[in-house]
Design a binder for this molecule. Structure first.
Ligand code: ZN
Length: 174
């Protein structure tokens, strides 16, 4: 099975995303935005285990992000790390052929729409608790981790049913 390339922003870590099987990338600036200890530990372990790669976008992609945002006319409130994440997504797409961004940040999501890059969010908007997902194949009933991003089962090809359950962990305020 081919590997998906994922670019993660700070909200992915704060939302509880654990980088495991896929190729996960982020920029070094994000480590400053992740403040809570648990998210930091998950992040550091992922880096140590080689599941998270700290990378840099190409200069031309940084410029492309700047000009796209300027031309869109939207008043997007993007921090410098946000722009770096967007530029890295463009660079990874160019280098590896595919990319998906994990973010809960509306400004980043809007900018990704403008740039034509697909994204997924971790948390459902407006929900204060952290939810976990159970993913079960409708066909063969295989269970998938919440990080499995395909819509179809890799065994039988049936659609995957997502079931949400509340976790006791509270969403950290950033
Ligand atoms: Zn199945």
């Amino acid at each position: 099975m081919f590997k998906k390339n994922l670019v993660l922003d700070a909200s992915a870590f704060i939302g509880g995303y654990v980088p495991e099987k896929e190729c996960n990338f982020t920029v070094s600036e994000i480590t400053d935005e992740v403040k809570d200890l648990k998210s930091l530990m998950i992040m550091e372990r992922a880096i140590k285990e080689g599941n998270l790669i700290i990378d840099q976008p190409d200069e031309e992609d940084v410029l492309k992000v700047e000009s796209s945002i300027k031309n869109s006319g939207d008043n997007l409130r993007l921090s410098n790390p946000d722009k770096k994440i967007l530029a890295l997504a463009l660079s990874i797409k160019k280098r590896k052929g595919n990319v998906n961004v994990i973010t809960d940040d509306y400004s980043i999501q809007n900018a990704l729409k403008i740039l034509g890059i697909p994204f997924r969010s971790i948390l459902t908007p407006g929900i204060s608790e952290v939810y976990n997902w159970k993913k079960i194949c409708r066909g063969c009933k295989k269970k998938f981790s919440e990080n499995y991003l395909e819509d179809e089962c890799d065994i039988c090809g049936s659609p995957i049913h997502k079931k949400r359950f509340k976790s006791s962990k509270m969403k950290k305020k950033s």
